[in-house]
Write a protein that binds this ligand. Structure first.
Ligand code: SF4
Ligand code: SF4
Length: 104
């Protein structure tokens, strides 16, 4: 993909096409990646609420813990857009999200 030169950018670098952020894979910036421990996750939705990238996915996928607790939802990370800021991990009340070194 060839990128535009600076002379081709709109004045003020304004965004002319709203909603185009999905085209930018901010996951490429990441040095740490969040990993959700489904056994610890209590499905509180806090990570989904706080993620500035909208990179936490709420998936209609049932999950049963080893202790027998059943959930109808599963929270997952969209690694194409997660930039590894760690906010989800910091806010998770169940300490279910570990930030681990990204290995490419
Ligand atoms: S904040 Fe933690 S406990 Fe709550 S849904 Fe996200 S991972 Fe699960
Ligand atoms: S690390 Fe940051 S960008 Fe990635 S899922 Fe968590 S809050 Fe969102």
């Amino acid at each position: 993909m060839s990128l535009p030169g600076w002379k081709q950018l709109p004045i003020g670098v304004v965004i002319l096409n709203p909603g185009n952020s999905v085209e930018y894979k901010t996951g490429e910036w990441r040095t740490l990646r969040p990993e959700i421990d489904q056994e610890k996750c209590i499905r509180c939705r806090t990570c989904w609420t706080f993620c500035p990238e909208g990179a936490i996915l709420e998936v209609s996928e049932p999950y049963k813990t080893k202790a027998g607790r059943e959930f109808k939802l599963t929270y997952k990370v969209n690694y194409e857009h997660c930039k590894g800021c760690g906010i989800c991990s910091n806010e998770c009340p169940a300490k279910a999200i570990a930030m681990v070194e990204e290995v490419i």
